[in-house]
Design a protein around this ligand. Structure first.
Ligand code: CA
Length: 255
């Protein structure tokens, strides 16, 4: 039996008027989701909110579905939870497309999405873009998602360091996003869960600003999940708060 405790915080940062990040925490659905919107004017806000709402309502609608494996889009490689997330992301992408078609001001809007869906014994994660999911286990922080970004490709190729990537003028360029158009390629993974594991979901307003060592230091402090979320937001703002910051933390208790 897997029980999850969670907390989240979101802040516009110190240099932007709007918060184009969106998130949802739905303990009743086992759904935890962070999205970071992009687009001119208020379009980024629309993109992330539309994606979160679409994914949330799809997960809610399919919570009792027993025939999911008969759906045409079902891919046996990902299991039920993985398929629910994959279909939810695909639907969100189509909704973005429809919204942008109907409103010229929304053309070009896009959003990242990083989600965790809790099952009976495992947690499935899915992501598109550069919002990250980390696992904190036995005092070590491990990044579970690969950034779909221009700098992320170059960090993996050994051309840039993580620290170079945080400074790079192209650090905000994502190579995959929910942006309308073709169905998105969604990375999906099933996690085994150990008692005390924590997952950190965050937008790049945290991970692109605060060095990982500082994040580890804050996670290692004995405090409530709420205080830890606030401390992470404060750390990003202490580093200049150049971007919107969203963090969600889940702690697993395995009985
Ligand atoms: Ca961002």
């Amino acid at each position: 039996m897997l029980r999850i405790a969670s907390a989240a915080a979101s802040h516009p940062g110190l240099r932007r008027d709007q918060n184009e990040d969106a998130y949802c925490i739905r303990a009743d659905l086992g759904l935890y989701l962070v999205a970071d919107g992009m687009g001119g004017h208020a379009a980024g806000e629309v993109a992330s909110r539309l994606a979160v709402d679409t994914i949330e309502s799809f997960i809610e609608r399919t919570r009792q579905a027993t025939d999911l494996d008969e759906w045409p889009a079902y891919d046996p490689a990902y299991g039920i939870e993985g398929n629910r997330l994959r279909m939810a992301f695909t639907l969100a992408n189509r909704r973005l497309s429809e919204a942008a078609t109907g409103d010229a001001a929304l053309r070009g809007m896009a959003t990242t999405a990083s989600a965790a869906l809790v099952g009976d014994r495992s947690i499935v994660i899915a992501h598109v873009g550069d919002s990250r999911i980390y696992r904190w286990r036995n005092g070590a922080l491990e990044q579970l998602t690969l950034d779909h970004s221009w700098v992320g490709d170059r960090v993996r190729a050994g051309i840039l360091t993580e620290s170079d990537a945080r400074q790079h003028p192209w650090r905000n360029v994502v190579t995959r996003a929910l942006a309308g158009g073709d169905d998105p390629q969604v990375d999906i993974a099933t996690l085994d869960v150990q008692n005390g594991d924590r997952l950190l979901l965050c937008s790049d307003g945290l991970s692109g600003v605060v060095p990982q060592a500082r994040v580890e230091e804050l996670l290692s402090q004995e405090s409530s999940l709420e205080s830890t979320c606030q401390a992470l937001v404060d750390a990003a703002n202490a580093a200049g708060g150049p971007d919107n910051i969203t963090v969600a933390i889940l702690r697993a208790d395995v009985a």
